[in-house]
Design a protein around this ligand. Structure first.
Ligand code: MN
Length: 454
C-alpha cells in the first residue's frame, strides 16, 4: 500500500521544508518535491505541518500504585497516545522486589502485547541491587532495553546510595543509561511527618512537603555521584528552577546530563493545591508537585535554549474516585496525572503558537531527541527514507478546546480542562497505517521496539 502526503511542510529538529512524503508499506519510501503519485493514494497536506510521530518516553500504564491500578492500561493509554499524535511510548517495567529483571520484563511485555495500539518499549526499573540483577543488566540490553530507572524517593522503590553508585558504574560498563527520579527522601519524609503531626492533612500540604529545594538537593547529589562514576544520566520530570541550576553546574564541570520535563510543569502552578474542594486539589497531585509561575518560565526558557532535551508526560492516570483514597490524608492520594493524549497540542498551543518555541524545537523535544537519546533513531523520530512511516499531519490553523468529555484516555478528568487550543492533530499514521483522523480512531497494532544506544 502506498500513500502520498502531498504539499505539506516537513518538520525536523533542524528545519522545515515543503516536500511530498511517500509511504510504502511500513516505511517512508521517499521525501522530496513533486514526487510521482502513480498507484499511491494521495492526501492533500497543503498548509499542514508533517511531524515525525511523537515519542512519549515516560508513561505508566497498567501499574499498581498504593493498592490501586492506573486507570489506563496499554489498550486505552496507547489509543489516547495515538489520538494525540504519539506513535511510540516507552513505559516502565517494574519488577517486584526480589523478582528477576527477566520476570519483570516478561510481565510488562504480557501487559502490552496484543493490547498496545501504538509502538512501545520499556525502561527497566532498578529498585533492588544484588549480584543477580547486576548480571541481568547485560541481558536487558540484549533484549532491547538499554535504559533504566532509579528512584531517590519512595522507600519501597529507592536504592541505598551505595547501591545506586554501584548500579551507575555497572550501567556504564554495560553501555546502559539511567533516568532518575530526584527528590530528597529525608526532607520529604520529615516534612510529611511534621504536616501530619500538626493535623495538616489536606492536599495543600502536598507541595509544601515536597519543596523545590528537595528536588534540587537530589539532583545535585545524583550529579555528584554520576561525576564520580563518570557516567551520563537523565533527570526525569525536572520541575524546578533550582534543579536547573544544579544541572548547569554539572555541565560546567564537563558532565553529560540529559533533562526531561513534562507539560504539567510547563503549564500548571501549585496554587491549585489550595483549592478547598478536595478533589479539585487532589486531581493535580503528582511527584514532584506542580511549582510556581517562575519555575514554569524557567523551564520554557530552558526548552528554548536547549538545556532541556525532551518533554514526556509521566502519564499515570487515576480517576477522581481513586484520588478520593487520600481524602483524610494527602499522603494516600495516588500520585500521577493523565496527559498522554494532549502533549503535542499543548506544546503547540502554549509553546509554538505563543511564540515561546519553534515548530522545530517542538519536533526536537517530542520526536527527534527522544529517538536519539533512547536508542531508536533513525527508525523513529525523523521523516526520511527508510524510517518507519510514523507521521503526524498537524493543522496549525485549527482551533479547539480540551475537555474530559472529548478525551479518549480512560479517566474522568483532565488537568487541562477548558484550555483553548491552537493547532490540531489531523491525521496520524503508524507504520503507514492511518491510525487516527480528526479524533476518530482506527484499529492498529503496536509493536515492541528493540532499542539500542549509539
Ligand atoms: Mn514516572
Amino acid at each position: 500500500m502506498k500513500t502520498l502526503l502531498k504539499g505539506g511542510y516537513v518538520v525536523s529538529g533542524g528545519g522545515t521544508t515543503q516536500a511530498d512524503v511517500l509511504l510504502e508499506g511500513e516505511k517512508i519510501a521517499a521525501v522530496g518535491p513533486e514526487l510521482p503519485a502513480a498507484d499511491a493514494q494521495t492526501v492533500d497536506c497543503g498548509g499542514k505541518l508533517l511531524f515525525p510521530g511523537f515519542i512519549d518516553a515516560h508513561t505508566h500504564f497498567d501499574l499498581e500504585v498504593a493498592g490501586t491500578i492506573t486507570a489506563d492500561d496499554f489498550a486505552t493509554g496507547t489509543r489516547a497516545a495515538l489520538r494525540g499524535g504519539t506513535t511510540m511510548v516507552i513505559d516502565f517495567a517494574a519488577p517486584d522486589k526480589g523478582e528477576t529483571l527477566a520476570r519483570g520484563l516478561a510481565r510488562w511485555r504480557e501487559k502490552a502485547e496484543g493490547r498496545a495500539a501504538c509502538d512501545y518499549g520499556f525502561h527497566m526499573t532498578i529498585d533492588d541491587w544484588n549480584p543477580g540483577i547486576s548480571r541481568e543488566i547485560g541481558d536487558m540490553l540484549d533484549q532491547g532495553i538499554p535504559t533504566f530507572k532509579m528512584y531517590m524517593t519512595y522507600p519501597a522503590m529507592m536504592l541505598p546510595e551505595e547501591d545506586m553508585y554501584r548500579a551507575l558504574k555497572r550501567l556504564k560498563e554495560a553501555g546502559g543509561l539511567a533516568g532518575v527520579h530526584c527528590e530528597n527522601n529525608g526532607i520529604t519524609s520529615a516534612l510529611a511527618g511534621e504536616a501530619k503531626a500538626a493535623g495538616r492533612l489536606s492536599p495543600a500540604s502536598h507541595p509544601r512537603t515536597r519543596p523545590a529545594p528537595a528536588e534540587a538537593a537530589a539532583v545535585g547529589h545524583l550529579l555528584r555521584m554520576a561525576q564520580v562514576a563518570d557516567v551520563p544520566v537523565i533527570i526525569v520530570h525536572l520541575s524546578a528552577r533550582e534543579s536547573l541550576e544544579e544541572v548547569r553546574s554539572a555541565r560546567r564541570r564537563g558532565q553529560t546530563v540529559y533533562v526531561e520535563t513534562c507539560p504539567h510543569y510547563l503549564l500548571l502552578e501549585d496554587s491549585v493545591y489550595d483549592n478547598p474542594d478536595f478533589l479539585e486539589a487532589a486531581k493535580y497531585v503528582c511527584a514532584p508537585p506542580l511549582r510556581k509561575r517562575e519555575d514554569c518560565e524557567a523551564l520554557w526558557e530552558a526548552l528554548k535554549n536547549g538545556e532541556i532535551q525532551t518533554v514526556a508526560t509521566d502519564h499515570c492516570s487515576f480517576t477522581l474516585a481513586q484520588k478520593r483514597a487520600g481524602q483524610y490524608d494527602f499522603t494516600k492520594i495516588p500520585g500521577g496525572l493523565p496527559g498522554v493524549e494532549h502533549r503535542a497540542v499543548l506544546l503547540y498551543t502554549c509553546g509554538v503558537a505563543a511564540g515561546r518555541i519553534s515548530a522545530e524545537d517542538m519536533c526536537g523535544v517530542l520526536s527527534e531527541n527522544p529517538a536519539k537519546l533512547y536508542g531508536c533513531w533513525p527508525q523513529k523520530g525523523v521523516i526520511a527514507p527508510g524510517s518507519d512511516a510514523d507521521i503526524v499531519v498537524f493543522d496549525p490553523a485549527a482551533e479547539g478546546r480540551i475537555t474530559a468529555e472529548d478525551q479518549s484516555q480512560n479517566v474522568d478528568y483532565t488537568p487541562y480542562e477548558g484550555i483553548q487550543t491552537r493547532g490540531a492533530v489531523e491525521r496520524v499514521y503508524l507504520r503507514g497505517v492511518l491510525a487516527a483522523e480528526d479524533g476518530r480512531m482506527f484499529r492498529t497494532t503496536g509493536r515492541f521496539v528493540h532499542r539500542k544506544l549509539v
